[in-house]
Design a protein around this ligand. Structure first.
Ligand SMILES: CCCCCCCC(=O)SCCNC(=O)CCNC(=O)[C@H](O)C(C)(C)COP(=O)(O)OP(=O)(O)OC[C@H]1O[C@@H](n2cnc3c(N)ncnc32)[C@H](O)[C@@H]1OP(=O)(O)O
Length: 254
């Protein structure tokens, strides 16, 4: 039990950055998660245990439009160039892989059924039809002071006719600011979100969501966020969030 809780905690440290996909994250997470030979063996056996390698939802698919692809290529280029050139570590961006069963994959399949029900899926990744709901990819800067998310809103996210539902926008804001906070000090939970909706987001369009760390104070992380058009000229939404780092036992309380 204690060991399982320990592994879950390790998994949370990689909450937004899982041991598959991007090489820098793989190194970071695997050093935490798979220290023993048996754990490494388990890691190699994972595809057999789960049948196949989990789908990384943050990679391009056929539904991604021109703007989504342009921005993705932009951040991807910055990630590769700075990684290869080792020029400026502060400006180095990294793509975060994204799975629909984050904690299960982050912990190499070791989890407590009390926390993860077998049918549980990450809210933003539970519709497999490409382009129907939340298409997004998050990049973070290596110094973790800034995250950038490219978000294309699918037809299932309608609120006001022809526009994205405010709750869907809030979900994306919680996702990027929560991911940002968890990169700084996982595990975290959202304590407060304040959102101002400034201009509606047309359904099917692509927007840029950027988050910055405003302040750290003990267990508290204050993160603010702006949703804009991809060229930054139009402000759609502004938000601030407070995230509190928690102990794993907090999640076991019922
Ligand atoms: C991969 C995708 C990532 C997505 C991330 C999504 C994350 C989520 O959505 S989490 C789900 C939504 N959030 C929740 O359900 C959280 C529910 N709330 C809770 O569990 C608890 O209230 C929790 C954990 C936030 C805080 O509880 P606890 O750890 O006991 O802290 P507590 O002792 O009450 O407060 C600690 C400090 O924070 C402050 N604080 C707590 N809540 C708030 C709040 N809402 N507003 C302002 N300050 C607050 C307290 O005043 C206190 O301040 P100080 O230390 O200066 O006295």
């Amino acid at each position: 039990m204690t060991r399982s809780v320990g592994r879950i905690f390790s998994g949370f440290r990689c909450f937004g950055s899982l041991p598959f996909g991007n090489p820098p994250l793989k190194t970071q997470c695997s050093s935490v998660l798979f220290r023993t030979t048996s754990e490494r063996t388990l890691m190699h056996a994972l595809p057999k245990i789960f049948g196949r390698k989990p789908r990384d939802f943050s990679l391009p698919n056929s539904s991604w439009g021109k703007e989504m692809m342009q921005l993705y290529n932009h951040y991807n280029r910055l990630s590769k160039e700075t990684t290869e050139g080792q020029e400026d570590h502060g400006e180095q961006w990294t793509r975060l892989p994204s799975y629909n069963r984050t904690l299960k994959y982050a912990t190499g399949g070791v989890y407590l059924s009390k926390i993860i029900q077998s049918k549980a899926r990450l809210f933003t990744r539970n519709i497999r039809d490409p382009g129907a709901s939340f298409e997004y990819v998050i990049f973070f800067r290596q110094d973790k002071l800034k995250c950038a998310c490219i978000f294309q809103a699918g037809h299932l996210l309608e609120g006001a006719p022809g526009h994205v539902h405010g709750g869907a926008i809030a979900t994306m804001i919680d996702t990027i600011t929560g991911t940002h906070a968890s990169l700084l000090s996982a595990p975290v939970m959202t304590a407060n979100l304040n959102i101002n909706y400034r201009s509606p987001i047309p359904l099917g369009s692509t927007v840029l969501i950027e988050s910055i760390l405003d302040k750290e104070d003990g267990r508290k992380r204050y993160i603010s966020c702006r949703v804009t058009s991809t060229d930054g000229s139009k402000l759609h939404t502004e938000a601030t969030g407070l995230f509190l780092s928690i102990s794993v036992s907090h999640l076991l309380k019922r």
